[in-house]
Ligand binder design. Sequence first.
Ligand code: TXA
Ligand code: MG
Length: 324
Amino acid sequence: MNTTIGSDIPQAVSLLQEGKLVAIPTETVYGLAANALDPEAVVRIFEAKNRPQFNPLIVHIGSWTEAIKYANPIPEKAIQLAAVFCPGALTFLLPKRNNIPDIVTAGSPMVALRVPAHPVAQALLSQIRFPLAAPSANPFGYISPTTAQHVLDGLAGKIPYILDGGSTELGIESTIIGFDEQERVIVYRLGAVTIESMEKIVDEKLLMAPKVAANKPVSAGQLASHYAPHRPLLLGDIVALAGQFEDKKIASISFCKRNDLPATVQQFILSEGGDMNEAARKLFDVLHRLDALDIEAIIAEPFPNEGLGRAINDRLVRAQANMK
Ligand code: TXA
Ligand code: MG
């Protein structure tokens, strides 16, 4: 199959109407979209990504007012949070209605709903009559794509069309939340919407979903090894880690500081000015670029554990978990 990159929304619409796959830009990462109401179209997503079918997909809708078509009941706190973060990088786990096929939720009674804010995703969703099931548009387990080219690098030949919307603005996936029986907010995946910003809205401490064993992801974003580059990635003190590699060629990723390291280490600084948003935006792109270099390993330092730093640390830890 020939894979084309373009900005032709009507073409994307007709492919999706035919049950085909289209990679689409969102403000977090690119998604690999299909008609969420058509199980045969959704199966193609799993095939193209090589993704196990026990891993459910986020359903993208054009506006929060559509949530009630696919989920019921919707807790009061979801409505409160949606008023602030929809459209945006927040995904809600809610009890699904019967119109959402089981393959989309991997048999779970809960559906993950998100309203992407990217203007191209919005334009596309306004021109179709169905929601879009879309995981990140990367081969399963690999780094999420933040450009159309990243999608092409990973999925060329497997999908017909990539809708180009430029580099994604946030660069890290959506935050996934759900609700317990007392309607307290539970965070299933750290992401572009920070815990602090949600706590301000609901005026309570959010709960973190318990970690689960690898390969048994009872819920969102919980596979241990994920977002992983092909090179081994080690997380810790960069200067100490660099010492373990002596004169081998490696690369380092740090937040804002250049370290005093041997010339064999190529240093990547995510934000010279110490801006966490910039660091998040660049993280996956830097990981993609490092993977193309002739190096033995990537070393990285943990970020300050607050705000977006928590989501960045989560992705670095999972990139590291890929190591054998
Ligand atoms: O920013 C994002 O969320 C991007 C863009 C494209 O929207 N999407 C994304 O999808 O990151 P994906 O499939 O790579 O990650 C979604 C996570 C998966 O870990 C999946 O297990 C979880 O959400 N998930 C989806 N539906 C679920 C459900 N019904 N119950 C529990 N977890 C669910
Ligand atoms: Mg993903």
